[in-house]
Design a protein around this ligand. Structure first.
Ligand code: FES
Length: 317
């Protein structure tokens, strides 16, 4: 982790905003304003379990008094959300990385925001920004039901008929029909964040639009891929250690659990910070960082795995 971007904050609020969704606010210890951010930004949070997770910022980003995020409990996940829900309380210290924006709003005559489930969070800050700056927008928010739809009531109160909330009951037959929105291309820009099926549908419906008008936010580029995890042994040459990497763990998590520190940030194969040297063995490269000519000599340990046993080492050995 790049120490220069780290902010040492504390949890100033924690509350339930929908079923299995908790909102957190993080503030400076002395209450001073935090670094500003633009709509669509996110922060990486070091969870109490030691994992790094990225969360979209919800609130107004001009010299904010706190960073507001919402965390959905994902029982099938690698434990970051469980740790946030269970182990992080008001008053606890928390380390976050300064905001970054990989989902920025560009100038457009009008915006269409499409959010599914917890994917609503970056779109809230965008809608607030548009409202405050008299920029036309509409927001379509899809969720399973009212009890699953965080912030739905607040959005309707704030933005009236510019917001459509659609409940599908988790039934694929009752999903929102977006075709009217995409049938005739226009100058609008579309921002979509949500579960993979929603984003794939929007990608398919907008195939005849200019690609640069359709924007997606996806913090989990691995999702939807048909990878199969098998256990293998990873050896570290310089320390002489060998560890078994189980089906449900990554190399990064295994090394960390055994007291070895490896830099990391995105933990989804996109940032490049967890690179290690590959010395022996074959790897299934699952990252979005390495060039193919690096495949025999490097590995991103947050996502990639050995096809069998492998030997690796830290970058500076
Ligand atoms: S932590 Fe970002 S690529 Fe591994």
């Amino acid at each position: 982790m790049n120490k220069s971007n780290e902010l040492n904050l504390l949890v100033s609020e924690k509350r339930e905003v929908a079923r299995d969704i908790l909102e957190f606010r993080f503030a400076a210890h002395d209450g001073s304003p935090l670094p500003s951010f633009s709509p669509g930004s996110h922060i990486a949070v070091m969870t109490p379990s030691g994992a790094n997770r990225q969360y979209s910022l919800i609130n107004d980003g001009h010299e904010p008094e706190s960073y507001q995020i919402a965390v959905k409990l994902e029982p099938e996940s690698r434990g970051g959300s469980q740790s946030m829900h269970r182990d992080l309380s008001v008053g606890d210290p928390v380390v976050v990385q300064s905001p970054e924006n990989s989902f920025p709003l560009v100038e457009a005559p009008e915006y269409l925001f499409i959010g599914g489930g917890i994917g609503i969070t970056p779109l809230i800050s965008m809608a607030q920004f548009c409202d405050a700056n008299s920029k036309p927008f509409r927001l379509i928010y899809c969720a399973r039901s009212g009890e699953h739809a965080a912030y739905a009531e607040e959005l309707k109160i704030s933005f009236g008929d510019r917001v459509v909330v659609h409940f599908d009951g988790g039934d694929s037959e009752r999903v929102y029909d977006f075709w009217e929105e995409f049938m005739v291309p226009n100058g609008n820009h579309v921002y979509c964040c949500g579960p993979k099926p929603l984003m794939e549908e929007i990608r398919a419906l907008s195939g005849h639009w200019s690609e640069d008008q359709i924007h997606f936010e996806d913090f989990n580029p691995q999702s939807g891929r048909d990878y199969v995890n098998s256990p293998f042994t990873v050896s570290i040459k310089s320390t002489g250690d060998s560890f078994q990497v189980g089906k449900a763990s990554t190399i990064l998590e295994t090394l960390r659990a055994n007291g070895l520190r490896v830099p990391s940030s995105c933990e989804s194969g996109t940032c490049g910070s967890c690179k290690m040297r590959l010395l022996a063995g074959e790897v299934e490269h699952r990252d979005f960082v390495l060039e193919s000519d690096e495949y025999d000599s490097a590995i991103m340990v947050c996502v990639s795995r050995g096809k069998g046993d492998i030997e690796i080492d830290f970058e500076d050995y």
